[in-house]
Design a protein around this ligand. Structure first.
Ligand code: SAH
Length: 220
């Protein structure tokens, strides 16, 4: 192994990852199973090699196509909200991006379905899931505003792009009691956790967030 590679491995080592987990714990993430899940997924695998040394900073990073991999704190927050609120046998994600949130959430899911509109991101995410032997994730190249009707209903849905209005199709694909976590807004966004009660959707506010927009219609 070359010196360069050893240095690279050092920057993305388990110890570097542990420091990030410690920071997340300090920032109020209390769910130790969620922290363990983040510790078990190598985030540097989900970004370009040039950014690998920054993978364990608690920041969003560019993944190409004008998109970003979410900040670890936000991934932890959203995962913890779903983990605390009920079963996760069948879970749908809208906005695969790098695949990092899907990989973390798949630790808690029976099966994780994820939809992404950008073909290049779909292919890269599939390769990462295969390399990490995450066998319970299916990726679809499609418009997430339509959900994944063939696989519905879901125990939970997570949207990882900001919606000005929550696509109504998603509500219809939740089981009774199912939860939907979604950033809502434009310039100013708030994370909402919905729960389906019959034909009604109740929600609670989880705080301000800052996501790239959920784009309506059309795949690329
Ligand atoms: N969960 C990702 C972060 C995704 S960023 C991660 O962990 O890396 C938001 C993603 O949503 C982008 O990849 C973007 O292409 C995708 N997206 C935006 N609008 C979409 C839509 N209508 N359907 C599917 N994916 C969409």
């Amino acid at each position: 192994m070359s010196g360069m590679m050893r240095q690279g491995a050092g920057m993305t080592s388990a110890r570097t990852r542990d420091r990030l987990i410690g920071r997340l714990r300090e920032q109020g993430i209390r769910d130790e199973e969620v922290l363990a899940a983040l510790a078990s997924i190598p985030r540097h695998v989900f970004v370009d090699e040039a950014l690998a040394t920054r993978a364990y900073e608690d920041t969003a990073l560019p993944i190409g196509h004008g998109q970003t991999i979410s900040q670890p704190y936000i991934v932890a927050r959203m995962t913890a909200a779903l983990h605390a609120s009920g079963p996760l046998a069948r879970v749908l994600e809208i906005g695969t991006g790098s695949g990092y949130q899907a990989a973390v959430l798949a630790k808690f899911a029976g099966h994780l379905y994820t939809v992404e509109r950008v073909g290049g991101l779909v292919r890269a995410a599939r390769q990462r899931f295969q390399a990490l032997r995450l066998g319970n994730i299916s990726v679809r190249h499609g418009d997430g505003c339509e959900g994944w009707p063939e696989e519905a209903p879901f125990d939970a849905i997570i949207v990882t792009a900001a919606a000005r209005a929550v696509p109504t199709a998603l509500f219809g694909q939740l089981k009774e009691g199912g939860r939907l976590v979604v950033p809502v807004g434009g310039e100013v966004q708030e994370l909402l956790l919905y729960r389906r009660r019959g034909t009604a959707m109740a929600f609670e506010r989880l705080g301000p967030v800052n996501f790239v927009p959920l784009l309506p219609g059309g795949i690329v």
